[in-house]
Design a protein around this ligand. Structure first.
Ligand SMILES: [Zn+2]
Length: 121
């Protein structure tokens, strides 16, 4: 079964990318798991708790998009591609677009951002 196959309970599986964040972090890097959210049009941030590459872990995101279909949670398939390699491949919402999404106004530009393919694992 591919990791893209939806679970029988309908929980989506999304790729997650490991980020070792050093910026603004004293001591060892913060280990994060970053997941692209097409509803918020931004990268969600989760703590990375050591799930092996290729394995799956579940999380409950807090989307700011009122129409998000991820509010009940998702499974994250941990990619071996570092977050640093994929972060720039996706175009995030601007501050004004994020405000519109939060207010439930899905403009054509926002819809186009939501329809971006990827991220590629
Ligand atoms: Zn979201």
């Amino acid at each position: 079964m591919s990791h893209h196959t939806p679970q029988p309970n309908g929980t989506p599986t999304l790729p997650g990318f490991i980020e070792e964040r050093t910026e603004g972090v004293a001591g060892p890097p913060a280990m994060l798991l970053r997941v692209w959210c097409r509803w918020c049009v931004r990268w969600h941030t989760h703590g990375y708790t050591g799930t092996k590459v290729g394995d799956t872990t579940d999380r409950a995101p807090h989307c700011y998009a009122p129409d998000s279909e991820y509010e009940t949670g998702y499974d994250i398939w941990v990619s071996g591609t570092p977050f640093a390699e994929v972060r720039k491949t996706m175009r995030s919402a601007t501050a004004a677009q994020a405000r519109a999404i939060r207010e439930g106004r899905i403009t054509e530009a926002v819809q186009n951002l939501r329809d971006q393919p990827g991220p590629f694992e």
